[in-house]
Each structure stands twice: as C-alpha cells, then as structure tokens.
Design a binder for this molecule. Structure first.
Ligand code: TPP
Length: 263
C-alpha cells in the first residue's frame, strides 16, 4: 500500500497522480475500518481525501500553513503528516485526537473544534508573516456550512485588505451537519451550477480573487488549481465542489446521519 510508506508530505510528493488516486482508495478503506471500530467524523473526512492529498502535494507544510475549520476533517491530513499508524493499526487508534492538535504535529497550528474560525485564524497567521517579513503560503480550509458563521464572514471581510498571500479553500459539499439555510447558499448553488462563471459572485463582490474546481474529488484537477494559486500575492478563494461521504454509498446517500458515527 502506498499509504504505508507515507511518513510525511515529502513522501506524497514522490507519487504520480495515478498513484495518489490509488492511495485515496487505501485511505478510505482505513478510515472505514477505523470508523467501524472506533467511531468518529465520517462524511467530512471521506469528502476531503483528494483535496488533502493535493494540498500536501502542492504546498510545503509546515512552512506553508494549512488551517482547518472545525478540524473534524483532518483525518486524511493526519494520515499524511506522520500519523498514519493511528489510522492503519487498531492498537494505535487512540494515539491521535479527533481534531487538529499542535501537540501532535508541527503540521497542526491550532486546537479548535468550533466552526467558522479558519479564515480569521489564517488572516492572523498571514498578517504575522508579513509583519515579520517571512515567506510562505497560508491556507484556510472551510466548509460551506461553516462559511455562514459570523466569524467566517468577518474573516473574509478582513482578508480583502491583507495585501499578501492568503488562500481560502471553500470545501463546498452543499451540506452543513444537516442541510444549509440562509442567503449565502443561493449564490454557492449558482456558482456550482455555472462552473464558477456566474457574474453574481459573493467572493468577487467582496474583492477576492476566485477560481472554481468542479471535480473537487479529482486529485489531478485539485493539484492544477492549487498550483495556480500557490505563492499568490493576494487573497484568493478556491471553491471546490466535493461530495460529502465520497466513496461510501450509505454516507453519500444519507449525509446527515453519516456526518459522525459511533463505532
Ligand atoms: C460554533 C460551532 N457551532 C456549531 C458546531 C457544530 N458543527 C460541527 S461541524 C459543523 C458544520 C459542518 O459543515 P461544513 O463546514 O460544511 O463541513 P462538512 O462537515 O460538511 O465538511 C457544525 C455546525 C461547531 N462545531 N461549532
């Protein structure tokens, strides 16, 4: 298995797109087995496998900082950043927490669990980087459900004036824990339906650059998109269309029930 040989992002970078796609399947098998025995967040992680692989292929974590919203979708990130044993081997299942945790790894930057935090936290990291004259990408990963939280909207508002690198990955699976409600979601739907081309674009209206990835579970497409924004000198939104629970039919079909599961 490819995943057995991954001890950090440097090993992900050695793989071809085809090999990474095979590895995505291996990762889902491990996640399924672990969820069955141990429980945990399900749909959020199954949907983010390819995007996480592509992030670690393109960016240079931990110099480039990836900040996850809620961080309930960080299982694939942990698998690729030196913690694969906690997902592959039952005796190690309890070696990791269910959220990002700086005590576990230099690739984790915050202990969180609340929604709507990642854009604001990333703004802080980006501002600090610029004040200190340092380099590196700062990447916020946020789900569509979390995007309507007040702190996320405040973060977007602030991001526009950052005048430096900030990459906001909007992981749009058209679901919160349950279905979404509110005025934001009409525009996300319109953007999905127009392949990101609609003139009415809330991100662009705020002054942010914007690209859309329709196949948000295709490693190659994601790599191409992330490469195109890497080292961007201004804030940019990468809107990726993903499938919550991808790869496990019951979770794809009943997304709310499969958001989180006991053993
Ligand atoms: C402040 C706060 N409110 C509510 C929650 C409960 N909660 C956990 S994840 C989530 C939203 C999940 O939707 P999304 O951000 O789209 O991520 P997905 O799970 O769909 O990938 C919510 C509301 C929380 N963690 N924090």
């Amino acid at each position: 298995m490819y995943i057995e040989k991954i001890n950090g992002p440097e090993d992900v970078k050695k793989l071809t797109v085809d090999e990474m796609t095979v590895m995505a399947g291996e990762m889902r098998e491990s996640l399924l087995k672990r969820a069955s025995i141990h429980g945990g967040h399900f749909g959020p992680n199954f949907g983010m496998v390819e995007a996480t692989i592509a992030l670690h292929y393109v960016f240079e974590s931990p110099k480039d900082k990836i900040v996850y919203d809620v961080s309930h979708q960080t299982y694939p990130h942990k698998m690729l950043t030196g913690r694969k044993d906690a997902y592959l081997y039952e005796e190690h299942y309890d070696d990791v927490s269910g959220y990002s945790n700086p005590n576990e790894s230099v690739h984790d930057h915050f202990t969180v669990g609340h929604t709507s935090t990642s854009v604001s936290l990333a703004c802080g990291l980006a501002k600090a980087r610029d004040l200190k004259g340092e380099e590196g990408n700062v990447i916020a990963v946020i789900g569509d459900g979390s995007l309507s939280g007040g702190e996320a909207l405040e973060g977007l508002d602030y991001a526009v004036e950052l005048d430096g690198n900030l990459i906001i990955i909007v992981n749009d699976n058209d679901m919160s824990i349950a279905e979404n409600h509110g005025g934001l979601y009409g525009n996300l739907k319109l953007l999905r339906e127009t392949n990101g081309q609609a003139e009415c674009n809330l991100f662009k209206a705020m002054g942010l650059d914007y690209i859309y990835v329709d196949h948000g579970n295709a490693v190659g497409d994601l790599i191409e998109a992330f490469q195109s924004v890497k080292d961007s000198r201004k804030p940019v939104v990468v809107h990726i269309n993903t499938l919550k629970g991808k790869g496990y039919a019951p979770a794809e079909q009943n997304k709310e029930v499969w958001h989180y599961n006991g053993p």
